[in-house]
Design a protein around this ligand. Sequence first.
Ligand code: 9Z3
Length: 321
Amino acid sequence: MAEPRIASIDGKLAEEFAVPSHVDEVKEKMSAFAAQHVATGRRVVLITSGGTKVPLESRTVRFLDNFSSGRRGASSAEYFIDSGYAVIFLHRHRSLYPYTRTFSTINMLDALQFRSGEEASGNTAEVVVNQQVLPNVSKVLKQYQEVKECRLLLPVEFNTLSEYLHLLKAAAQALSTIGSKAMFYLAAAVSDFYIPASEMPEHKIQSSNGPLQLSLNMVPKILSPLVKDWAPQAFVVSFKLETDATILLGKARRALDTYRHQVVVANVLDSRRGYVVVVTPETQAELILTEEDVKNDIEIEERIVSNLTSAHNKFISQQVG
Ligand code: 9Z3
């Protein structure tokens, strides 16, 4: 029976995961962003990106985290924008960000120098960029400024699992108004386990109490209400990550059967930059980067986004027809 299940996920979210104070404000921003872009003929993709932090104490000293760098989400955002989409980028604070991501390992001060002869003028000295340290910076800056000018990227940050869950729900409800023109691209690596607020100690766990044993609850499967209740007309893409390649495709298919959404992008931790499988109820497409592709700086996200934007087109035309 549908009713108690919906009530239980919504109820659980409200009871066990602290609601961020700005959630309504963010929801309004997302609604306005979607309406504005759909009015000019664009589609809108909600990208989730990065890992989540699961606190062990309410005045948090320690937390559980995961490996995700946010690169998949950040680079995909750029390719979606290139393909004509407006992007809501729901990302983990300080994970990789579209456009700046390519410079994330560079110390900014190594890339700057005084214009010759200006060191003496102190605070007002003109500073220039050394383009050998920041390769392609002009090209990237141009793209970034165009995106900013046209307001094609709406960044929304989360840090904890609770923030992620509530903001994703708000996003799904905000995007429900644009129906099948919305795509959800759920690339964030979200914790499956958490400690509910009611069981969390307030203060720092004391090591003087001896070895620590944790009992973690299961995080509710948010994909279920997202697909069924919050944004039922949207095109939904989830990601499946495994470390054991032999179970990957079975698990991807099972996710499609369970949640009845449109696509699972399946990947294995170690090979995720060069190989994914795009799985739908009817098809299975391997996307692979060759050595030549890698030499030419081709990124797998370009292929993933190209595959999904075509599938989304088809999906929209089927809804209309
Ligand atoms: C992914 O599988 C992403 O492709 C990665 C990208 C997180 C591996 P990076 O951020 O890595 O570029 O370093 N995301 C989803 C992972 C996930 O937790 N999926 C759940 C699962 O596999 C389902 S929602 O059970």
